[in-house]
Ligand binder design. Structure first.
Ligand code: ADP
Ligand code: MG
Length: 164
């Protein structure tokens, strides 16, 4: 299923709290959409709801940031500055192939990934009609990821989403 909704800043922490109830270690979140569409802001909310103490900044320069102070590790990457060939050199697949402690992998500008995981949740961020909201489009690939997304959406819609 594909799920679409609009969400403002005030509701983002609520969404992240509901999402983290459903996320399990090794979940990959592919974040897509233009500059300013809300990808980093989303990861910051996610980090707070995982209990991460540090402030999460854009990893444009560091390429991959690791946060260990939450309930599970958060690996945050941003491929904005990289051509697909250079993004490949980062070997992000090591994060979902069991080379590191399983955690949540969140990748901004995931459009530039040449190697995709078997399971992932893809969130596309776009501007909404309202300036103080963004439109999020959710999809999943792989059985486990689909189940996580469907369960999350049910939970979310019972709490904050109005019927589309
Ligand atoms: N859901 C949202 N609703 C309204 N404003 C948002 C939302 N998400 C992010 N923003 C605002 O958009 C701006 C850019 O967000 P950012 O997360 O840095 O985008 P990106 O990482 O996609 O380039 C920030 O000023 C942020 O406060
Ligand atoms: Mg960003």
């Amino acid at each position: 299923m594909t799920y679409v909704h609009q969400i403002g800043l005030a509701e983002l922490d609520i969404l992240a709290r509901i999402l983290t109830k459903h996320l399990v270690p090794n979940t990959v979140l592919l974040l897509q959409g233009n500059l300013g569409a809300g990808k980093t802001t989303f990861v910051q909310s996610l980090g707070r709801s995982l209990g991460i103490k540090e402030s999460i900044t854009s990893p444009s320069f560091t390429l991959i940031d690791e946060y260990w102070s939450g309930r599970m590790p958060l690996y945050h990457s941003d491929l904005y500055r990289l051509e697909p060939a250079a993004a490949k050199e980062l070997h992000l697949e090591l994060y979902w192939q069991g080379e590191f402690t399983p955690g949540i992998v969140a990748i901004e500008w995931a459009e530039r990934l040449l190697v995709l995981p078997e399971q992932f949740i893809q969130i596309n961020f776009a501007y909404a009609i309202r300036e103080d909201e963004r439109q999020l489009t959710w999809k999943a690939e792989g059985e486990n990821a689909k189940l996580i997304l469907d369960n999350f959406w049910q939970d979310l819609s019972s709490q904050i989403i109005q019927a589309e």
